[in-house]
Design a protein around this ligand. Structure first.
Ligand SMILES: C[C@@]1(CC(=O)O)c2cc3[nH]c(cc4nc(cc5[nH]c(cc(n2)[C@H]1CCC(=O)O)[C@@](C)(CC(=O)O)[C@@H]5CCC(=O)O)C(CC(=O)O)=C4CCC(=O)O)c(CCC(=O)O)c3CC(=O)O
Ligand SMILES: NC(=O)C1=CN([C@@H]2O[C@H](COP(=O)(O)OP(=O)(O)OC[C@H]3O[C@@H](n4cnc5c(N)ncnc54)[C@H](O)[C@@H]3O)[C@@H](O)[C@H]2O)C=CC1
Length: 211
């Protein structure tokens, strides 16, 4: 059976990653795209990670700080190549109810790390269960190839207009129709929605409502 795709807000939240190799790096990049504050604890670090730490994008932690890191962690990713180490920490997280992803054991993971497409405010997560990561990656590439770049800016624009609209129009049904028209307009015009169009739609839909 498929897993439940929960979308978690990790912005500014303490994400602890164990391991500093290729797998850790890939997962760290995804966590950073979603705004996570990434702390990494490993024996050695791949060169791109050392660069990222020098630029202040991630924070390295010594092994002696592990206990303290765990006490701060919002989520943990165990991605070291030492399977016993990953599993020991994953069990510890489970017992403390810290969400944990273990790259070497699906059974010890409370969440699976999905294949991710992110374009501005749009996030798509793909997961196949039982795991078939190469299929997840293939589906990700397919989605990327048909998702226009301007969906990101369109999503941002619609998100802002939706917040503006809420206090302006009392009827939920009317707001739904306006949002639907704005979405269609944005799709037809590759993302750009002038404010005059926004105000016109409000006026027209409020008039329809009155009749
Ligand atoms: C269960 C899961 C646990 C978790 O990490 O959450 C897991 C587990 C394992 N993966 C393994 C191998 C590979 N994983 C990848 C790639 C990805 N793996 C990812 C997720 C997951 N991998 C979770 C399941 C998600 C799902 O199925 O939907 C992705 C989607 C997300 C990410 O990691 O960023 C990312 C693609 C990102 C993208 O491109 O979009 C590749 C391909 C490559 O590297 O190019 C290979 C080599 C080919 C192969 O084996 O298929 C091994 C064996 C290790 C060994 O043999 O030593 C294990 C361990 C095991 O199965 O026990
Ligand atoms: N879930 C997934 O997406 C995938 C998982 N894997 C598994 O993930 C593991 C890691 O793979 P890679 O990053 O390619 O390996 P790698 O060899 O490039 O990196 C391993 C990292 O773990 C660190 N490490 C090892 N033992 C440690 C310990 N006891 N304490 C702290 N740090 C330790 C090393 O210093 C190194 O930075 C492998 O065991 C592999 O089987 C592999 C492919 C995909």
């Amino acid at each position: 059976m498929a897993l439940f795709p929960m979308f978690v807000n990790i912005r500014g939240r303490y994400c602890l990653v164990l391991g500093g190799g290729c797998v850790a790096l890939r997962k760290i990049r995804t966590l950073l795209l979603a705004g996570g504050e990434v702390h990494v604890c490993s024996r050695e670090y791949a060169p791109p990670l050392t660069e990222m730490a020098a630029e202040g994008k991630v924070f390295f932690e010594g092994a002696d700080a592990l206990e303290e890191c765990l006490s701060k962690a919002f989520l943990v990713v165990c991605a070291a190549s030492d399977q016993n180490f990953n599993e020991r920490i994953a069990r510890l997280c489970q017992s403390r109810r810290i969400p944990v992803n273990c790259a070497t054991s699906e059974k010890l993971s409370t969440f699976i790390f999905p294949s991710v497409v992110m374009s501005g405010p749009v996030a798509v997560g793909i997961c196949v269960d039982p795991p078939a990561p190469s299929l997840s990656a293939h589906i990700r590439r397919e989605i990327e190839s048909f998702l226009p770049e301007w969906y990101g800016p369109l999503g941002e624009e619609l998100g802002k207009l939706r917040v503006l609209l809420r206090p302006m129009v009392a009827s939920g049904e009317c707001r739904r129709r306006i949002m639907e028209r704005l979405t269609d307009y944005g799709l037809e015009h590759q993302g750009h929605i002038p404010m005059t169009v926004f105000y016109n739609f409000i006026e027209e839909e409020e008039q329809n409502e009155d009749h």
